[in-house]
Design a protein around this ligand. Structure first.
Ligand code: PEP
Length: 244
C-alpha cells in the first residue's frame, strides 16, 4: 500500500523557530494516530536547521544552482547540510521572480545530483478553451526532465495551476484527472515509459480538508499545500482525509 504524500510549503507563513516547533509537536501527536500518510515539510531556510528529526522529512522551498559569490543564495549542498532531503523547484512564485526554464533545469539538476528528491512544480497561468495551456505544462516538464532518467526515482511532479494557488476554489477533480493523465504521458516521453510512469504526481492549489477527498479521486499521489499547511488544524483536516 503506497502512502499518500502531503508536502507542506510553509512559504513565509511560519516565521520563527518557536512557532515551527509548536506546530511540529502538535503534528507529531496527530501523525502518531494515523497510517497511510506521509508528511514532508518545507520551512523557510532560517527555520530548517532548527527543527527536530521526526517521522517527517524536511526540505527546501527553493534553491540556487549557483556556487560561490552570490549574495542571498542557498545551494543544494547547503540545504542538504542543513537537514533537507528534498527541495521544491520551479514554484510559480519563483518563476514569477525570473526563474526561467534554463534556471529551473539547473536548479533541479543540482538538487538531484545532491541525492535529494526534487519536487518540480509545473502549471499553467490560465486554462484555455482550445487546450493550449497543455503546451505550457508539457514544456515545463520536458525542459526540466529530459535526460534525467538516471534520477527518475528521485523526481516528483507537483501540478499547481497558477490560477488555483491561494484562490477561493481548487481545481475541479475531473479537470485534474485529465491533466494527471496528460502529465503521465509527458513524463513517460521525457523519461522513458518505465521511469516516467512511476513518478508521483501531487496536486497543489487551495487544497483544504473540504476538497481533499474529491481531489484524491483524480489519481494524484498526494498534495503540495501552501496556506492550509501553516495552520495545524487545517493541515490536520487534510491529513485526516488522506490517511488510509
Ligand atoms: C502553493 O503555493 O504551493 C500552494 C499550493 O498554495 P495554496 O495551497 O495556498 O494554494
Amino acid at each position: 500500500m503506497r502512502k499518500r504524500l502531503i508536502v507542506a510549503n510553509w512559504k513565509m507563513y511560519i516565521e520563527t523557530p518557536d512557532t515551527a516547533k509548536r506546530f511540529i509537536t502538535a503534528l507529531k501527536r496527530k501523525l502518531a494516530r494515523m497510517s497511510g500518510v506521509e508528511v514532508w515539510i518545507a520551512p523557510p531556510f532560517t527555520i530548517l536547521p532548527t527543527l527536530p528529526k521526526g517521522s517527517y522529512k524536511l526540505g527546501g522551498q527553493a534553491v540556487s544552482a549557483k556556487e560561490g559569490a552570490h549574495t542571498g543564495q542557498v545551494s543544494a549542498g547547503m540545504l542538504r547540510a542543513a537537514g533537507a532531503s528534498f527541495c521544491i523547484v520551479g514554484h510559480s512564485e519563483q518563476r514569477a521572480q525570473g526563474a526561467d526554464a534554463e534556471a529551473v533545469r539547473a536548479q533541479f539538476a543540482s538538487v538531484l545530483k545532491q541525492g535529494m528528491v526534487g519536487i518540480l512544480c509545473v502549471g499553467e497561468e490560465a486554462r484555455k478553451e482550445d487546450g493550449s495551456h497543455f503546451a505550457q505544462i508539457e514544456e515545463e516538464i520536458r525542459s526540466a526532465c529530459t535526460g534525467m532518467q538516471a534520477f527518475a526515482n528521485k523526481i516528483i511532479v507537483a501540478y499547481e495551476p497558477i490560477w488555483a494557488i491561494g484562490a477561493l476554489q481548487a481545481m475541479q477533480p475531473q479537470e485534474l484527472e485529465e491533466t494527471v493523465i496528460f502529465i503521465k504521458k509527458t513524463l513517460s516521453q521525457a523519461l522513458g515509459r518505465e521511469g516516467g510512469l512511476k513518478i508521483p504526481i501531487l496536486y497543489g492549489g487551495s487544497v483544504e480538508g473540504g476538497n481533499a477527498h474529491a481531489l484524491l479521486a483524480s489519481g494524484v499521489s498526494g498534495f503540495l499545500v501552501g496556506r492550509a499547511s501553516a495552520d495545524i488544524n487545517s493541515f490536520g483536516e487534510i491529513l485526516t482525509t488522506c490517511k488510509k
